[in-house]
Design a protein around this ligand. Structure first.
Ligand code: UD1
Ligand code: UDP
Length: 374
């Protein structure tokens, strides 16, 4: 029987890293069996801080690596050097990180260099297209052979890993910790602070919520997405578009150049997570290329059109609440208009389903680690 606490290093760098690791860190910190060191790479600055603040988490170390227009190589190098420094100073029993960001892949690599077991939260998602999403498909594939603990959100993810010869006894289907986060936040009282969100919330007509940030969509595809949104606003007078813009200047330029002067296009700073959850609940329809939003929207019974050509989250598509529409203006416009004008088509997609988790993924992860190290 082990007496010393299990030393965990939890790593996050981007907004979704923080959202999906926050419930894990909070759960482990409540349990005296663990001692948790939270390391932020700062791959995102403002968007990471927004989430950590909401979950009342202060990193023990912050590598603060972000620069404007950072390249993948820069993120990789700065993160690896920084994490290596931290791991030399503070050896741990296990390193944890989530998903497919460069922060996560590098955390796995650094754990490997230190011969420390790595636990992959949200393991096993695949599109089987190396460049979609880029670089995320490669990040998660490179992480898999390093990981000792694969916390798969769904049975499909588990099967993907088994096909890659990951030993089945190293895989657990836990659900997605992002569902733990969204259900927790949905229970908290929220006072909307963002003025554009306030305007959308008080709007009596319909609201489209739009987010886009994927690297594959930078440039012309993102402008095509914005043109579809503009066409919808011009077609339907009661419609308001709420678009919390990712901090990336390339995203802002694309959205502002097409939608900036439309009176019913509410372009705003990224919303705090609790406010964004409020916005999802208010929305009639969600247009997004986000991974996390694809997992959350079905929980609220919101139809979601996915602005991508492939998805690793096919469970929502199969459940009928999500549809892949790509990035062509006409296709996005036509599919959105159909949902906004055909109540039967809308009702078919507005089913509340939760294929990605039940809110208890973090508890399962804690149990699995206790058994493994106990
Ligand atoms: C990153 C992840 C992606 C994830 C996304 C979530 C990688 C390679 N990509 O993509 O998997 O889906 O986060 O949002 O890990 N910026 C700021 N402030 C912020 C955040 C970003 O100014 O708080 C700007 C900076 O100019 C930065 C740029 O956005 O250089 C891009 O950030 P980066 O982390 O490189 O890529 P993302 O597109 O955000
Ligand atoms: N989100 C947020 N504020 C916003 C937009 C999104 O808090 O203005 C949340 C959203 O609820 C989801 C997560 O950010 O949990 C998704 O992050 P993002 O789309 O940046 O990354 P991805 O999931 O595509 O990796």
């Amino acid at each position: 029987m082990r007496h010393a606490p299990i030393r965990v290093m939890a790593v996050c760098g981007t907004r979704p890293d923080a959202i999906k690791m926050a419930p894990v860190v909070r759960t482990l910190r409540e349990d005296p069996a663990f001692s948790v060191r939270l390391v932020a790479t700062g791959q995102h600055r403002e968007m990471l801080d927004q989430v950590l603040r909401l979950f009342a988490l202060t990193p023990d170390e912050d590598l603060n690596i972000m620069t404007p227009h950072q390249t993948l190589t820069e993120i990789t190098l700065r993160t690896l050097e920084g994490l290596d420094r931290v791991m030399r100073a503070h050896p741990v029993d296990v390193v944890l990180a989530q998903g497919d960001t460069t922060t996560t892949f590098v955390a796995a690599l650094c754990a490997f260099y230190h011969k420390t077991p790595f636990g992959h939260v949200e393991a096993g998602l695949r599109t089987y297209d190396l460049y979609h999403p880029f670089p995320e498909e490669m990040n998660r594939r490179l992480t898999a052979p390093i990981a000792r603990f694969h916390f798969a959100p769904t049975e499909r993810a588990r099967q993907n890993l088994i096909q890659e010869y990951i030993p089945p006894e190293h895989i657990w289907v836990t659900g997605n910790t992002g569902i733990d986060a969204v259900l927790w936040v949905a229970q908290q009282p929220v006072m909307p602070r963002n003025p554009e969100l306030q305007r959308a919330l008080s709007h009596t007509g319909r609201v489209i919520l739009l987010t886009t940030h994927r690297r594959e969509n930078w440039g012309e595809p993102m402008r095509a997405i914005a043109r579809a949104a503009r066409k919808l606003l011009e077609q339907l007078d009661d419609l308001v578009l709420l678009a919390p813009m990712h901090r990336n200047p390339l995203v802002r330029e694309a959205l502002q150049s097409v939608l900036g002067n439309h009176p019913r296009a509410l372009l705003t700073e990224p919303l705090d997570y609790d406010e964004f959850v409020h916005a999802m609940r208010k929305a009639t329809l969600i247009l997004t290329d986000s991974g996390g939003v694809q997992e959350e929207a079905p929980a609220f019974g919101k139809p979601i059109l996915v602005l991508r050509h492939t998805t690793e989250r096919s469970e929502g598509v199969e459940a009928g609440t999500a549809k892949l529409v790509g990035t062509e203006t006409e296709v996005i416009y036509t599919e959105s208009l159909r949902l906004l004008t055909d109540p039967e088509a809308y009702q078919q997609m507005a089913q509340a389903v939760n294929p990605y988790g039940d809110g208890k993924a973090s508890q399962r992860i804690a149990q699995i680690l206790k058994q493994a190290f106990g």
